[in-house]
Write a protein that binds this ligand. Structure first.
Ligand SMILES: C[S@@+](CC[C@H](N)C(=O)[O-])C[C@H]1O[C@@H](n2cnc3c(N)ncnc32)[C@H](O)[C@@H]1O
Length: 274
């Protein structure tokens, strides 16, 4: 019996690209991200704004929103797992899939990392294309260089759920403060009493009159960034949506490490003798 003849056109292999849309409509999308969108068979969208989604629809005829998977009272983890399943169903069916996330797809975003991990484990080509994140906009709008004093980033709830070490000589950047303390992952906001727990924790390292910055970057070109400077003690009462990021500037000067400076000076001396 002769061996079966291999088909000349093997079935198309699915592939996945998770790309960042950037923060501001129309101005942050990179040429590479745009090319992934345009070349995809199907595009999924997890964006910050319905208007941004409409703009994306002008780039591709088959844009499917991931927003309807969210629901009040439903764990966000369930939603994020469903997103991975939806993307992978298309990849497994042989489609070239592009998933577009606002900001950077790999920053405070579980599903893109997971979907890429699953796709690669199943032998598909999967790629993450970075985007301009809220973090990037924050450095520009607030004039902060993270290299000057160093910079810690925390998901605000993680600071409450786990014992973490805060360094008040550098910047502290807190994400998702509007949801702080939500153990259920089911709420879209918590509230003043939850933020008070956060302030009580922070007050171990910062004075209550320390000026903190409540920041919201522009998502539409007609908007200006919102930058509110308030005392730490006023954070519970502040108006805060799910889209604000809170920045605590340093509260103490950098402290010299005299022992290591001496050690380095000794090395310098040895080097100049050599
Ligand atoms: C799930 S994370 C997504 C971050 C996004 N992937 C990025 O690259 O910026 C949501 C958090 O990002 C921050 N964020 C989202 N939109 C923002 C905006 N317009 N300005 C400042 N921070 C924002 C907030 O801390 C918010 O709670």
């Amino acid at each position: 019996m002769s061996p079966p003849i291999a088909p000349s056109n093997p079935a198309p292999r699915g592939r996945l690209a998770c790309v960042g849309m950037g923060m501001t409509l129309g101005s942050h999308l990179s040429p590479l991200a745009r090319s992934h969108i345009e070349q995809a068979d199907v595009v999924f969208a997890a964006l910050s704004d319905g208007i941004v989604e409409l703009w994306l629809q002008r780039m591709h005829p088959d844009v499917r929103s991931l927003q309807p998977y969210y629901a009040e009272g439903k764990s966000r983890m369930v939603t994020y797992r469903q997103w991975v399943d939806v993307l992978m169903t298309e990849v497994r069916a042989g489609s070239n899939v592009c998933a577009v996330f606002y900001g950077h797809p790999g920053i405070f975003a579980w599903s893109p990392h997971k979907a890429i991990e699953v796709a690669r484990a199943e032998g598909f080509i999967a790629h993450m294309e970075p985007g301009i994140s809220a973090e990037d906009c924050l450095y520009a709008d607030l004039g902060i260089d993270p290299g000057r004093f160093g910079c810690q980033h925390f998901e605000a709830s993680q600071l409450l759920f786990y014992e973490r070490k805060i360094d008040p000589t550098g910047y502290l950047i807190l994400w998702q403060v509007g949801l702080v303390g939500d153990l259920s992952l089911k709420r879209f906001s918590t509230g003043a009493a939850y933020r008070q727990v956060l302030v009580d924790l922070l007050s171990q390292d910062y004075p209550l009159d320390h000026q903190v910055i409540v920041y919201r970057g522009a998502t539409l070109p007609i908007q200006q960034p919102r930058i509110h400077r308030i005392a730490l003690r006023d954070l519970p009462a502040a108006e805060l949506s799910a889209e604000e990021t809170v920045v605590l500037p340093p509260a103490a000067p950098l402290k010299q490490n005299l022992a290591l400076r001496e050690r380095l000076a000794a090395l310098d001396k040895e080097a100049s003798l050599g």
